[in-house]
Design a binder for this molecule. Structure first.
Ligand code: CP
Length: 308
């Protein structure tokens, strides 16, 4: 089976049935990573280029591992060691890479909307690995998979997303994803970090973390993105931590067996305390593990199997 689309650009434009297909496919690929020989021949002969204009540990590594576990040829390009530093445009870089016949380009870029531009320019598949403050669809898919596996469902759950919503592509993709699968999404953060009209996406906005996480089944803490802030959006890290950081005391507002998520990298002691990040409710490393399965599923559903 394949998706009836060439690219994965946003969660906003995926249907509920497509998200459910990606999650069930990822579940079926998860066991490959537990095998002694972690490889299947499914994408032999396919070529995947990871084109990253921003730093990444989890996303880039897991797209590469996913490609290799499916026997595809994976090539990694960092902008800092490419001809981008000589002034080559993204369009020229993409067209030159396409001339070498890849089947898929995975793009991370600091400017929102760049994967959409590549999608229109290129015949090969494009996967958005995070564009500016816009979306990070594969992250939301691995978050959905992690919650579904732990709690058995998404429908009817209460999800709280806390922190720098304004700059967070992870938050935007997750708000769409959880809402599409029938969850109730609360968000909270400093007023300077809350986007205008965010409630039009269907979530509820709160000023206090305690109100947003009350009776929550899932709490997703966001990283403070110092690299995207042009002005001081909060007075001090200490004050941010006191008001919006998650620690064991604030955790008492949530449900008893709450699930804690964080996309990483974690600013320990700012948005989350170490005892919570490493504690029994945290699924942070399970998220990373599921990232490989979700990215295998995306490659398979775009490039493997028979087209419907
Ligand atoms: N979650 C995430 O996008 O992490 P990286 O920036 O390390 O890829």
């Amino acid at each position: 089976m394949r998706l009836k689309r060439k690219d994965i650009l946003t969660i906003e434009d995926l249907g509920r049935d497509e998200i459910e297909l990606i999650l069930s496919t990822a579940e079926s690929f998860k066991e490959v990573s537990d095998r002694e020989i972690k490889k299947v021949p499914t994408l032999r002969g396919r070529t995947i280029i990871n084109l990253f204009y921003e730093a990444s540990t989890r996303t880039r590594t897991s797209f590469e591992i996913a490609a290799k576990r499916m026997s595809a040829d994976a090539i990694n390009i960092s902008a800092s060691s490419s001809s981008a530093v000589k002034g080559e445009t993204l369009k020229d870089t993409a067209k030159n890479l396409e001339a070498m016949s890849p089947d898929c380009i995975v793009l991370r870029h600091p400017s929102s909307g760049t994967p959409q531009i590549l999608s229109r320019l290129l015949r090969c598949s494009v996967i958005n690995a995070g564009d500016g403050t816009h979306e990070h669809p594969s992250q939301a898919l691995l978050d959905l998979l992690t919650v579904k596996q732990r709690l058995g469902k998404i429908q009817g759950l209460k999800i709280a997303i806390i922190g720098d919503i304004l700059h967070s592509r992870v938050a935007r993709s997750n708000i769409y994803g959880f809402a599409k699968l029938g969850a109730e999404v609360n968000i909270a953060g400093p007023p300077t970090m809350m986007p205008c009209e965010i409630e039009k996406t269907g979530c509820r906005a709160f000023n206090r973390i305690e109100d947003a996480i009350k009776d929550a089944d899932v709490i997703m803490m966001l990283r403070i993105q110092l690299e995207r802030q042009k002005t001081g959006l909060f007075p001090t890290a200490r004050e941010y931590s006191q008001l919006f950081g998650l620690d064991s005391k604030k955790l008492e507002y949530a449900k008893k067996n709450v699930v804690i998520l964080h996309p990483g990298p974690v600013n320990r002691g700012i948005e989350i305390s170490s005892d919570v990040a490493d504690g029994k409710y945290s699924l942070i490393l399970e998220q990373v593990k599921n990232g490989v399965a979700v990215r295998m599923a995306l490659f398979y559903l775009l490039m493997g199997g028979a087209r419907e």
